[in-house]
Write a protein that binds this ligand. Structure first.
Ligand code: ACO
Length: 336
């Protein structure tokens, strides 16, 4: 069989809504405290979308424009869109087609929505990588975008979940690598449906006799439920596992990693993974303090900021890793 080509990330960008919500503001709504939130999660503030300005699709488009500009690619040269979100604009159709329209892409390229929550962006990147590696497409736009704030229970009952999540978007452009040894070396995807209900928004579920009536009568299940301690327990095992899988496959050791970009789930989870891998602070990127957990948007926002801040240089070994609802987990190892 002929050797498959590699893909690489030719451009990256992000967008976050302008409204900053500090922990002190949440104290006024949900019987919580800045000290509790910072101690358990590391989060100091997050962004909440502006109704009438931000949508999941247009935030993704804002991030995508920056990624396309960095890649030097015209929007109409995009050959495929892969859009990761757990908070789509509509029940259907997916947000990928809305982003296509928002960007003025008129070439009828395919738009695929990926629903893998916190692992969504790494899953979406893997899809793009496969299409580019096989030669099917030369330019794939991968987007992660989320609006959590409109779906959170902002009363005291929701405090265990609602202090964690924030809104934002990130995007990358994936193209064939022209430099030997440069690009996405491998991706690794996993799931374990046994734990599907441990982190879930249950309604509106389709398996009801009359789902519209059901949600009118059972509104509580429209809010996210999370078994936080069980999520934590699994996350600290799966993150190191899937990172090791990527390093082993490519013959690298943890100390070879120049930058680990973990899904920004919780600062305590990231610190645990960092310690387990024996990485110094300068090799692990964290911005959860400023954005909270933005699920499918968190990895591309972090990657975009790391690149912007000059923390990733050409030739660096960069590892992306994620874990979340499903449970799902994933990694991507990249020679930048
Ligand atoms: N403010 C103040 N008190 C709170 C809050 C809050 N926001 N939320 C819960 N509490 C209280 C609880 O009511 C409880 O009180 P009690 O002892 O009187 O009953 C106490 O704090 C401890 O609650 P726990 O749920 O046991 O708190 P825990 O130490 O487990 O921390 C947390 C909760 C932060 C959610 C933790 O379990 C965690 O980090 N889990 C990982 C989940 C995660 O990161 N999810 C992100 C999404 S999934 C992903 O991205 C991988």
């Amino acid at each position: 069989m002929a050797t498959l080509r590699h893909s690489y990330i030719a451009g990256v960008g992000h967008y976050v809504p302008s409204r900053v919500v500090k922990n002190a503001e949440l104290e006024t709504m949900m019987n919580t405290s800045d000290a509790w939130i910072q101690e358990r999660t590391g989060i100091q503030e997050r962004r909440w979308f502006e109704e009438g300005t931000d949508t999941t699709a247009n935030m993704g488009a804002n991030a995508a424009r920056k990624a396309l500009e960095m890649a030097g690619v015209d929007a109409n040269d995009v050959q495929m869109i892969v859009f990761a979100t757990l908070s789509p604009d509509y029940f259907f159709p997916g947000s990928g087609v809305l982003l296509q329209r928002e960007l003025g892409i008129t070439n009828n390229c395919p738009a695929l929505d990926v629903r893998n929550q916190c692992s969504g962006f790494v899953y979406a990147l893997s899809v793009a990588d496969q299409f580019v590696r096989t030669g099917m497409y030369d330019t794939v736009l991968v987007v992660g975008s989320e609006i959590h704030s409109s779906g959170l229970d902002k009363s005291p009952e929701g405090r265990g979940v609602s202090v964690i999540f924030g809104d934002g978007a990130g995007a990358v452009v994936v193209r064939p690598s022209t430099t030997e040894g440069q690009g996405i070396l491998s991706t690794h995807l996993h799931s374990q449906g046994e734990f599907a209900e441990e982190l879930i928004v249950k309604e509106p579920g389709s398996n009801r006799d009359n789902r519209v009536q059901y949600i009118l009568d059972n509104q509580a299940d429209l809010y996210p439920y999370m078994n936080g301690q069980n999520v934590f327990k699994h996350a600290v095992v799966r993150f190191p596992q899937v990172i090791k899988e990527a390093l082993d496959q490519n013959g690298y050791q943890p100390q070879d990693v120049n930058m680990l970009i973990p899904h920004q789930a919780n600062l305590r989870i990231t610190q645990y993974v960092q310690q387990k891998m024996g990485l110094t602070d300068d090799k692990v990127f964290s911005n959860i303090q400023r954005y909270g957990n933005t699920t499918a948007a968190s990895v591309p926002i972090a990657l975009s900021e790391a690149v912007q801040e000059g923390k990733i240089k050409r030739g660096d070994l960069v590892c992306l890793a994620a874990f979340g609802s499903g449970f799902t987990w994933a990694s991507a190892l990249i020679k930048w």
